[in-house]
Design a protein around this ligand. Structure first.
Ligand code: OOG
Ligand code: MG
Length: 275
């Protein structure tokens, strides 16, 4: 069995497949047409198991179209973010190659409904480690990152189940230069800034991410085991936002800096001809 099949087998949960597929189809359509939908109907099967099953079915639609899963993202590892969105639990979503923007590359906001951006830390996963007391175990590199999130729900409002089903609002991400963990040093309290066209939009600290972003690694492994994600060496882990998310402008330069780690940027530019 591949790691992926193992994760799926270990994770066979009893959910209403009809509700799961219907939810995934609606979210998929909302993302592809950049048109928001109402939150999941009150008659949809609810609960975290059903929400993760819906997310997996949603991502399976993308992989069936040729996208490849290249990593995972954590959501709500920062209290400020959780408070901003009115939820109180850490969640996991999948990242695909189609969501990846090169550092300094272009993002077309016209592909999203109401995109927001947030500064993050990215980890590159190595083989799973044995010693869980070592927070950074199984990590081969670390980098500053930008995440673009876009809820497929109207007004960017959702419950925890809703946002899990919606693949944790994942839309796009850019990763700055990778550094070896030993070279990067301890990351538990580094200044983080988010700039829009050179103007400071948000400042924060990596401490906002679970007190130390290295804790995100164990959190991701735990959620992955519990909810049927396969984590493989070479995958990216976005540890979660270090500040609240800010609305993405229609045009301009977005940059994040993590003190002593580096910078990452993306250019927001609408593809007028395509709209
Ligand atoms: C969910 C995604 C949260 C983070 O870094 O906390 C997230 C949302 O806020 O829509 O990506
Ligand atoms: Mg995020």
């Amino acid at each position: 069995m591949t790691a992926k099949q193992q994760a799926a087998a270990a994770h066979a949960v009893d959910v209403d497949r009809f509700a799961v597929e219907a939810g995934a189809a609606a979210l998929d359509q909302a993302q592809r047409t950049a048109s928001p939908i109402a939150r999941r109907s009150p008659t949809a099967s609810t609960g975290l198991d059903s929400a993760y099953a819906t997310q997996h079915a949603l991502v399976a639609r993308r992989t069936a179209r040729g996208e490849r899963i290249v990593g995972v993202k954590l959501g709500f590892t920062s209290r400020a973010k959780a408070r901003q969105m009115g939820v109180d639990d850490v969640i996991l979503g999948s990242l695909t190659d189609a969501m990846r923007i090169d550092d300094g590359g272009r993002y077309d906001p016209g592909t999203a409904i109401h995109p927001r951006v947030e500064p993050e830390i990215a980890y590159l996963l190595g083989p799973d480690g044995e010693d869980e007391r070592d927070l950074a175990v199984g990590i081969t590199a670390v980098a500053p990152a930008l995440e673009v999130i876009d809820s497929r729900y109207r007004d960017f409002r959702f419950s925890l189940d809703d946002v899990v089903a919606d693949n944790a609002s994942a839309a796009a991400f850019a990763i700055g230069p990778w550094r070896r963990p030993a070279e990067a040093g301890a990351l538990e309290n580094r200044a983080v800034s988010l700039e829009l066209d050179g103007r400071l939009a948000e400042t924060g600290s990596t401490a906002a991410i679970l007190g130390d972003p290295a804790r995100a690694i164990a959190a991701a492994r735990r959620l992955a085991r519990r909810h049927g994600f396969a984590l493989e060496p070479g995958m990216v882990l976005l540890a979660g936002a270090a500040t609240v998310a800010v609305p993405l402008p229609r045009h301009g330069l977005v940059e994040a800096e993590v003190a002593g780690l580096g910078r990452v940027s993306l250019h927001v530019h609408a593809e007028e001809a395509a709209r």
